[in-house]
Design a protein around this ligand. Sequence first.
Ligand SMILES: [Ca+2]
Ligand SMILES: [Ca+2]
Ligand SMILES: [Ca+2]
Length: 465
Amino acid sequence: MHTNYKGFAITLIFLLGLASLACSSRKEGTCERDSHCDGLTVCFEKKCLSMKEVKAIRTQREEDAKPKICKDNDGDGVKAGNGCKKGAPIDCDDKNDKMAPGKVEICDDFDNNCDGLVNEGLAKCSQALFTGKTGGKQGEYKLNSPHSVIVDDDGSLLVTDSHHLWRVSKDGQVQLVAGSHLPNFADGQGEAVRFSHPHGIIKDRNGDVLLADCKNNCVRRVTREGHVSHVAGMCSSKTKDTGQFADGGKDQARFYCPTDLALDVDGSIVVLDQGNARIRRIGLDGQVSTIAGVGPVHVEDGEGQMGYLDGPANEARFNDPQSVLVDSKGIIYVSESFNCRIRRIDPKKGEHGEVSTLAGESDTLLGVGGHKDGRGAKAKFNFPHGMAFDAKGNLLVVDTGNAVIRRVTPRGRVSTVVGRPDKPKAKEGSWKDVQFGMPIDVAPGPDGSLYVLDAGVNRLRKIVP
Ligand SMILES: [Ca+2]
Ligand SMILES: [Ca+2]
Ligand SMILES: [Ca+2]
């Protein structure tokens, strides 16, 4: 019995040995099935490869199996296709005879010379500086749902999109200042920072960037070194924390989706508190107060529309305000999308300050505007958004619904600067021909160029004088 058991054990050890010998006969680094790989890779033709590598091999094989062609389909003198000689010039768009390597760049909607840039180096023409596609000078970065643009002292641009703050050089090189593609709240540095739909940006007196972090319901500071911290409001992206209104110290104050900021003459910060339909102020002592607006109107069934009312600032009403500016005399300008108007606040007039309408007219109940140049209430806008001052102190207003940029003088005379209200479709070209998809913000450059953020096509566009 004892001997028999021993014999059985020896046989078993022998068999196990054989089995292990069979396993080790598989060459180092090869596989027979997926279980031989580490779980992150699969067994493809005896090698453990990632799915990405397998896909690349298959795509290459499909490509190799295709018949080799090299043709000039559009007849512009340059061929394209998988059969063209290596090193030969290839047409970057063989369906368009306006584009081919060696062509001269002209002011149109195309990259005529196939260098990856549209209208580079051309005067009186528009260019795309930062777009929703990777490549070229902007590298691996993509612009996604842009909100705001300003020009910095050195001529570079600061841009907010979905959840990032970017810096774009004059010639289109893109750098991430802070943020990620993920919305949330986190202070800190660079990629570790989280914003949630950051909108308006300004530079304060210290040269720091201040940013209205709309869905985090607070105002944030970004230093030159890219460090992000809290300025005022309770930063939180949680639903239960939103929709609040409170004046007070920087930690007690509450905002509801602030979308724009402006630096006042005394260095205090004017905040456009969109969700509360109010204009607020962060004083030099950090105290938050309300400049104008009473917020949502209470009606029998709850909250009503926010309304339109001029008069004393503590009684005035705004409806979906978007953007704010302060001029050198401390006069505050507000663009309102639902009221289709530009409002003017004189904080020193009367006991509480006074709100009036600078330009625009609409059926406030329906929020329906139009496109009409003229003065004051004779002019019409359609969902105006971003604003900036031009070199002469006029307001440049992005008339989003009309897909144009308007100019409004301090006395309320409105004209159309660039864009085609009848053609809301993005197209590069001369000042006369350029068209926008859904422009959202504007900033004039020191050389007279105009930077326009086009949310319709995820493009930062530069219109060169
Ligand atoms: Ca071509
Ligand atoms: Ca061109
Ligand atoms: Ca080009």
